[in-house]
Design a protein around this ligand. Structure first.
Ligand code: GLV
Ligand code: MN
Ligand code: MN
Ligand code: MN
Length: 371
C-alpha cells in the first residue's frame, strides 16, 4: 500500500487501511478490500484477489492522472476465516461495531491457549488496549464499499460469463456442541452399559444433514466441519465429543429453524444415549445482506463499458462485505474460478479473469468516487 502511495493506518486488531485522498477529502470515502488469511489446506485466491486487486485498482487511475472527488480506501481485513479464533470476519465485524465480539475477544483464546489480545500484541497491535471499541467505525465513514472476490462456485465458469454482480449474501450461522459420557475401556464396558459421546456426535451430524434436507430448499446447507473425540484412542470409548457446525441459507428464518432443530436433536440425543450436553453455543447467527442498487448499477455500467458479460447472482459464501453492509452501501464483484473450487488447494483463477475483475473494480471505484 505504501509503494502505491497510499497513507497507511492500522487499527488495534490489525485491520489495515490505505487511503488516497480525494479532491474533497472531507466527504465520506469509497472503500474496497478483502482478506488475505486462509483456512488450512485452502487456495491462494480467496480474499487475496480482493486486496491485491484493490491496490492495483488504485494504482492504475493514480498513474493515469485521475483525481477522485471522494477519497479511496483499500482495507485489508483481519481474520475473515474463523480458523484461529473461531469467529468469521473478525475484523469487519468489529469495524461494524459488534459490542458482543469486542467483549468476548477479551477472553477468547486459540487452540494453544494464546489469548486474542496477546496474539494481537505480539503482532504489534492492540498495544495498550483491552477495549476493542476503538476499532468501531461510525456509520457514514464510507459512502460505498465494494469487494472483488472469486465466485467460489461454478456458475460463471459453466455459463462462460466474465463478471458476477452480487445482489445478496447468504446468512451464515455457526455452532459449537459438546457431549460428555463416562468413557471407559473399549473391551471391558459392555454395549448396554455405555454412553458413548462419539456416537452422540455422529447422530447429531446425521441430524444436521436431515434437518437441512427437510427445509425443502436447495439453498439451505449445513456442514459439520470439525468433529473431535476425547481421549482419541482406539481402545477407549469417547468420553467427550466436540462438533462445530456451519449452516447457511439465503432465507434467515428458514436457517434459524434449522438451528433450532439441531438444538432439539442435541437434547433428544442426551436422553436416548444417556450423555450430557455440556455445551451448545451459537457463535454467530448473522442476517443476510442486500447489495446497494446504485453500486449494482455502477458495476453493471463498468462491465458494459469494458464489453464484458455479466450476471446478477447471490453469494453463498460470506465475506467481509456482509458486515461492511452494516456501515455503508455495499456491493461485490465476482470473477470465475476453476470448476468453482474454493476452500481447497485446487482453487484457481486465470490471469484474464483476475484482470477483468480488477478493471471492473477500477471503473466502479472511479464512478462511485465521483458522486
Ligand atoms: C468464509 O470464507 C466462508 O464463507 O466460509
Ligand atoms: Mn474463505
Ligand atoms: Mn474470502
Ligand atoms: Mn468467505
Amino acid at each position: 500500500m505504501e509503494l502505491a502511495g497510499l497513507s497507511v493506518r492500522e487499527d488495534a486488531v490489525g485491520n489495515i487501511f490505505g487511503r488516497w485522498d480525494g479532491v474533497e477529502p472531507e466527504l465520506a470515502a469509497v472503500a474496497t478490500g478483502s482478506h488475505i488469511d486462509a483456512i488450512p489446506y485452502s487456495g491462494k485466491y480467496d480474499g487475496v484477489i480482493g486486496v491485491l486487486g484493490a491496490i492495483e485498482a488504485i494504482r492504475v487511475p493514480k498513474r493515469s492522472g485521475f483525481k477522485p472527488r471522494r477519497s479511496l480506501e483499500v482495507i485489508l481485513f483481519t481474520s475473515e476465516e474463523p480458523t484461529r479464533f473461531g469467529i468469521g470476519s473478525l475484523g469487519s465485524r468489529l469495524l461494524a461495531g459488534s459490542e458482543d465480539l469486542a467483549n468476548s475477544l477479551k477472553t477468547t483464546t486459540d487452540i494453544q491457549n494464546i489469548s486474542f489480545l496477546d496474539a494481537a500484541r505480539s503482532a504489534g497491535y492492540s498495544k495498550n488496549e483491552d477495549d476493542l471499541s476503538s476499532v468501531f467505525l461510525k456509520k457514514g465513514t464510507y459512502s460505498a464499499f465494494v469487494e472483488l472476490h472469486i465466485e467460489q462456485g461454478p456458475i460463471l465458469e459453466d455459463e462462460g460469463i466474465s463478471i458476477g454482480i452480487v445482489t445478496a449474501i447468504a446468512a451464515p450461522a455457526s455452532l459449537t456442541v459438546e457431549f460428555e459420557g463416562n468413557g471407559g475401556h473399549a473391551g471391558a464396558v459392555l454395549m448396554p452399559n455405555r454412553n458413548d459421546a462419539g456416537l452422540a456426535a455422529s447422530e447429531l451430524a446425521l441430524a444436521v444433514e436431515r434437518h437441512v434436507l427437510d427445509s425443502g430448499s436447495i439453498d439451505t446447507v449445513g456442514t459439520v466441519g470439525i468433529l473431535e473425540l476425547h481421549p482419541g484412542a482406539i481402545n477407549s470409548i469417547p468420553s467427550k465429543s466436540h462438533l462445530e457446525i456451519d449452516t447457511r441459507d439465503i432465507d434467515e428464518e428458514r436457517r434459524n429453524k434449522v438451528v433450532e432443530k439441531i438444538h432439539q436433536s442435541a437434547i433428544k440425543i442426551t436422553k436416548t444415549r444417556g450423555v450430557k450436553l455440556s455445551d451448545f453455543h451459537v457463535i454467530n447467527q448473522d442476517p443476510p445482506a442486500l447489495s446497494d442498487e446504485a453500486i449494482i448499477k455502477a458495476v453493471e455500467t463498468a462491465t458494459k463499458e469494458l464489453n464484458l458479460t455479466s450476471k446478477l447472482m447471490i453469494s453463498r459464501a460470506y465475506h467481509d462485505s456482509l458486515f461492511m453492509a452494516r456501515l455503508s452501501p455495499m456491493g461485490m464483484i465476482f470473477i470465475p474460478c476453476y470448476k468453482g473450487y474454493s476452500h481447497k488447494p485446487e482453487e484457481f483463477a486465470t490471469i484474464q479473469d483476475m484482470s477483468n475483475g480488477v478493471k471492473v473494480l477500477t471503473l466502479t471505484l472511479a464512478k462511485l468516487s465521483s458522486h
